[in-house]
Ligand binder design. Structure first.
Ligand code: ZN
Ligand code: ZN
Length: 265
C-alpha cells in the first residue's frame, strides 16, 4: 500500500516535469519571438491588430499552472493504475516490436486529433460555451503561454484523452512520454502568435495536412471554425475550415523577415 508520502513524491516529480516542459517551451518561444528578436520576426505576427498584454500573459500563466497541477494528479492516478496492471501500457519493447512502437505514437496523435476536434466542437455549442471554453478564448491574440490556459473543467476534458489512450491501445511508456512532449510542443506552436512554418507548407505531401500556427490562431480570432488540433482532416470533412486559412498563411509567410538597414556610407 502506497503511503501518502510516496503519492505526493510522484505527484511533485511529475509536476516538476510539466513545469520544465511548459516553461521551457512556452518561455523560450516567448523570449525569442516576443522579446529578443521581436523586430526580426514581426512580419510573421499572425494577427494584424495584436492585443496581448502583460495582464493577459499573467492570467494565462496562472491558469496554465492550475491545469498542470490537475494534469499531475491524473498522471499519478495513471501511474498507480499501471502499477496495478489495469492499463495497456507496457515497458518491454519486444512485447510489440519497434514497428508498433512508432505506429502507436501515430495512433495516439490520430486518436487525440479526433477526440480534440469533437470535444472542442461540443465546448463551442452556444448553450455551454460560456461556462467552460470561454476562458481559453479570452486570449484572442494568443501567446505561447495560452497553451494550457483553460477552465479547470476543460483541463479535465483535455487530459481525458490520456485515460482513453492507456485503456484503448497498447502503448510503450516511452511512446506515451514522446506523445505528451510533442503534444505540448504543438500546443505551444499553435498558440505562439507567429507563423514560422515554411511558405511552401501547403505544397509538401502529407505535411500539408498538419495544421500550421495560423490555423489555430484564426480559431482564436474568428471562433467558429478551424476546430482541429494537429491535422486539417476533420475540419475539411465537416466543412468547418475557414476558407481563407491557406491564403492567410501564404500572405504571412511571404513577408520578408526584418533586416537592419545597411549603414549609409
Ligand atoms: Zn475553441
Ligand atoms: Zn487555443
Amino acid at each position: 500500500m502506497e503511503t501518502i508520502f510516496e503519492i505526493i513524491t510522484v505527484w511533485l516529480m511529475d509536476l516538476g516535469i510539466y513545469f520544465v516542459l511548459y516553461f521551457l517551451m512556452a518561455g523560450l518561444a516567448f523570449f525569442l519571438l516576443w522579446k529578443k528578436f521581436t523586430k526580426f520576426y514581426l512580419p510573421r505576427r499572425i494577427q494584424s491588430k495584436p492585443k496581448a498584454n502583460d495582464a493577459q500573459i499573467r492570467i494565462e500563466i496562472k491558469r496554465s499552472i492550475i491545469t498542470l497541477l490537475l494534469f499531475a494528479c491524473f498522471d499519478v492516478s495513471i501511474y498507480y493504475m499501471e502499477k496495478s496492471g489495469y492499463t495497456l501500457l507496457y515497458s518491454n519493447f519486444n512485447d510489440y516490436g519497434i514497428g508498433y512502437f512508432f505506429l502507436s505514437i501515430l495512433l495516439m496523435f490520430l486518436m487525440h486529433d479526433t477526440y480534440f476536434y469533437w470535444t472542442h466542437r461540443i465546448m463551442h455549442h452556444k448553450s455551454i460555451f460560456k461556462y467552460v471554453h470561454k476562458i481559453h478564448h479570452e486570449s484572442i491574440d494568443t501567446t505561447p503561454y495560452t497553451a494550457f490556459s483553460f477552465h479547470p473543467i476543460e483541463s479535465i476534458i483535455e487530459y481525458s484523452i490520456s485515460f482513453l489512450l492507456v485503456f484503448l491501445i497498447p502503448g510503450h511508456i516511452l511512446s506515451l512520454i514522446i506523445f505528451q512532449i510533442l503534444s505540448t510542443l504543438y500546443n505551444v506552436i499553435g498558440h505562439m502568435g507567429y507563423e514560422l512554418y515554411p511558405a511552401n507548407w501547403y505544397r509538401i505531401p502529407f505535411l500539408k495536412f498538419k495544421t500550421p500556427s495560423t490555423h489555430h490562431n484564426l480559431h482564436h480570432s474568428k471562433f467558429n471554425g478551424n476546430y482541429g488540433l494537429y491535422f486539417t482532416w476533420w475540419d475539411r470533412w465537416m466543412d468547418t475550415e475557414f476558407p481563407e486559412t491557406r491564403e492567410r498563411f501564404e500572405e504571412i509567410t511571404k513577408r520578408p523577415l526584418y533586416r537592419e538597414p545597411a549603414p549609409s556610407a
